[in-house]
Design a protein around this ligand. Structure first.
Ligand SMILES: [Ca+2]
Length: 459
């Protein structure tokens, strides 16, 4: 199942500003770095990552209008967890939750009996495939033939639900189906962690305490208002995301749908509720109905690969630069804004990405994830396969090799900045100049072969 953490892919090869790194950094590192490269090394982290669904959104802090349901103003006391830090945090937080209007019984049901999760467990969960794989390896397994055929079957089995969802929300059915497949293998794997335990561990130990406390308050609110029960939250991902479409509590609170109108927002057991909640979230995140997420594009001979730097142009401008749809019949309307995405440099398929791609990233802020959802959706919908295969014959440099590349480029006068072992915009631009100067295909894409060429030249 998808772990649903905001995570970068090791070689997403995209511009910096919209990188997954920025959000990840909020949880993992002290601060997001403006010049942070797209690729993030699989660095051992002192803390587990921030969970993803909706982490882009502020924690729910909706004030309660209801009564606390409490018959006692006495502070709530808990049996010790055996961890003094955790106990001290829990005592303080329980008072905050009560002050926020959460019912005393709910606060107790969420927090009593909790012990902190072994941080190593969460860290281990964080060591996810998309950190170590090339983006195309991630995409290939994420949109595997089995997942495609299961998605088609699930979409057929739930045709009425998908039709109703499509009429209610902006997001097309195949995108919702692809998210369902990515997040829980169509409901097959929803996790068996206690969300309260996972999130409380972070609240007690993580430097983003207020975020995690907001998630717990949201969880309590969902229980208080009857949307769901405490027990449902015992079926969560390691990061505390719940249901067939994997939502953090605050995102669930803000976007949850009771699609079958049975009084419960049952995203665990009711596919309709889960899918409608996902469609509602994507719609609320700005999905533009009728527009593509992305379209594979041809790249003409002699094309300037530096245009794949994240800058947006109109479809008409891209066409005038020689791009044409590779498999699809159309790029869409000429006035749509799109950016050129070259996940494999000149070695594999290229894409025009539209605003809806960034909406998918609200779900999980990794290019690898959004590309997987888009390609899986296309396949589920029966659209043509990619016209170009993903590369199989190139290897990506590790952090040391990237450092060598950066040192080499600096020595040769390309001024890519301090060598930090991660490929960012400066490194790509410097490499591109090197390639031009040496009569090479100037795609700025650092394969190990290209690293060796630079290192040789710098000797
Ligand atoms: Ca329901």
């Amino acid at each position: 199942m998808a772990r649903n953490a905001e995570r970068p892919v090791i070689f997403a090869f995209r511009p910096v500003a919209r990188s997954a790194v920025a959000l990840l950094a909020a949880g993992l590192f002290a601060a997001a770095c403006q010049d942070a490269p797209e690729a993030s090394p699989k660095a051992p982290s002192p803390k587990p990552p921030a969970p993803s669904s909706g982490t882009a959104k502020p924690p729910a802090t909706t004030p309660s209008s209801g009564s606390s349901g409490s018959t006692s103003s006495q502070p709530i006391t808990f049996k010790t967890s055996g961890d003094a830090t955790f106990d001290a945090w829990r005592k303080t937080f329980a008072a905050k939750a009560a002050a926020a209007g959460r019912k005393r019984a709910t606060i107790i049901s969420v927090l009593d009996g909790l012990t902190p999760l072994d941080q190593q467990v969460q860290i281990a969960a964080f060591e996810q495939p998309e950190f170590t794989k090339a983006i195309w390896d991630y995409v290939k397994s994420a949109a595997s033939p089995t997942r495609v055929s299961n998605g088609q079957q699930k979409m057929a089995d739930n045709a009425a639900v998908f039709s109703a969802i499509e009429q209610t929300y902006a997001t097309p059915r195949e995108i919702v189906a692809a998210i369902w497949g990515m997040e829980s293998s169509y409901g097959a794997f929803i996790g068996d962690y206690d969300a309260a335990r996972a999130i409380a561990t972070q609240a007690a130990e993580n430097n983003r305490r207020s975020f995690y406390e907001g998630e717990l308050i949201a969880m309590m609110q969902l229980i208080d208002d009857g949307s769901t029960t405490r027990d449902e939250f015992r079926k969560a991902s390691w990061a505390g995301a719940v249901g067939q479409t994997q939502f953090m509590p605050s995102t669930f609170l803000a976007n949850g749908q009771d699609f079958d109108k049975d009084g419960k927002k049952d995203i665990w057991n009711d596919a309709g509720d889960a899918l409608a909640t996902a469609a509602n979230y994507l719609t609320n995140s700005g999905w533009k109905k009728g527009e593509p997420w992305g379209v594979e594009t041809t790249i003409p001979q002699g094309f300037d690969y530096s245009l794949g730097d994240g800058s947006k142009k109109t479809v008409a401008q891209w066409k005038s630069l020689g791009l044409s749809p590779a498999g699809a019949t159309s790029f869409g309307a000429d006035n749509l804004m799109a950016e050129l995405f070259l996940p494999a440099g000149s070695y594999g398929p290229a894409f025009l990405l539209y605003d809806n791609f960034n909406v998918i990233k609200k779900y999980n802020n990794a290019d690898s994830y959004a590309l997987s959802v888009g390609l899986l959706a296309d396949k589920i919908a029966g659209r043509p396969d990619l016209s170009r295969p993903w590369p199989t014959n190139i290897t990506l440099p590790n952090a040391q090799q990237v450092t060598d590349l950066q040192n080499g480029l600096n020595k040769l006068g390309y001024n890519v900045g301090a060598a930090d072992g991660v490929v960012g915009r400066n490194t790509r631009a410097g490499l591109q100049k090197f390639q031009k100067d040496h009569g090479l295909m100037a795609d700025g894409f650092p394969t190990t072969e290209m690293v060796a060429k630079v290192v040789d030249a710098a000797k």
